[in-house]
Design a protein around this ligand. Structure first.
Ligand SMILES: [Fe+2]
Ligand SMILES: [Fe+2]
Length: 269
């Protein structure tokens, strides 16, 4: 069993300062094998915001896998946005915008969906998807293959905005190659197992986690997802802020089983 902790949309610079320490404590209490951070580390891609985000993340002392989000590109500086959209991200986080991590049979593939040409939307770049498909096909067989993207590859009810260009065809290609799970953020909204219920199965399990810290008006259910994963088995526990006590608390666990390449929801024992 591999324990992943999915953290997304920290938005340092427009974040709830009072949640930072409770977040740190809750992450450490879960002892994950890997913290997966799917973008929007900062609100405006400023150097100080990246410093604060990386101080927090590196301070956890846990293995990290990080990809950029749309807020990690400068918005108001057109020269920086178009000439070097990920320059600040690379200086602060690292050069690799599409990291890959293998933890035994669990393999994670990062893609960069942030697009300097769009204000908010993203793109599933053909060459990145093709590279992931090849890596998944190359095996080893019988693993659990997870894509990590900032923008969602499937949109839940109420969010059908066509936000990620090419996501549908990319998902079909990835599923055909043997990809099992897509982790994403960006919507600041929780949806675990979109399209999967008692009567409906899917080849790809989408786990969309809410914002960890963003303080924009109207944001709610701040938290992160704890994902206990092994081949053919996934259990997701959303950890969500209890506003009255200012602590992150585990919510009901949701479990899925992969049968013949299709995910179905299973009752917990
Ligand atoms: Fe965000
Ligand atoms: Fe975003």
């Amino acid at each position: 069993m591999t324990r992943l902790l999915h953290l997304t949309d920290l938005h340092f610079g427009l974040h709830r300062v009072e949640l930072v320490e409770p977040l740190r404590a809750a992450i450490l209490a879960n002892q994950p094998d890997l913290v997966v951070v799917s973008g929007d580390l900062t609100h405006r891609a400023r150097a100080g915001q990246f410093r604060a985000a990386m101080q927090f993340l590196n301070g956890l002392g846990l293995p990290l896998m990080i990809i950029p989000g749309n807020h990690d590109m400068p918005l108001f500086n057109p020269f920086a946005r178009f000439l070097s959209p990920f320059g600040r991200y690379r200086r602060a986080v690292g050069r690799d915008l599409t990291p890959q991590v293998a933890l035994g049979a669990v393999r994670l593939f990062g893609v960069n969906t942030a697009d300097p040409q769009q204000w908010r939307g993203g793109v599933a770049r053909k060459e990145e998807i093709e590279r992931v498909c090849q890596a998944v096909r190359a095996g080893p067989d019988g693993g659990l293959n997870i894509l990590v993207a900032h923008h969602p590859f499937a949109e839940p009810p109420g969010f059908e905005r066509g936000e990620t260009a090419g996501a549908q065809i990319a998902t079909e290609k990835l599923a055909a190659a043997g990809l099992n799970v897509i982790l994403s953020g960006h919507l600041h909204h929780w949806t675990v197992g979109l399209g999967i219920d008692a009567t409906s199965v899917r080849p790809v399990l989408h786990i969309q986690t809410g914002t960890a810290l963003c303080s924009r008006i109207g944001e709610k259910n701040h938290g992160f997802a704890v994902i206990d994963a092994s081949v053919g088995q996934i259990a997701v526990t959303p950890w969500v802020i209890d506003e009255a006590r200012t602590v992150f608390a585990p919510q009901a666990r949701v479990a899925f089983q992969g049968v013949d390449g299709l995910w179905q929801r299973v009752a917990l024992a």
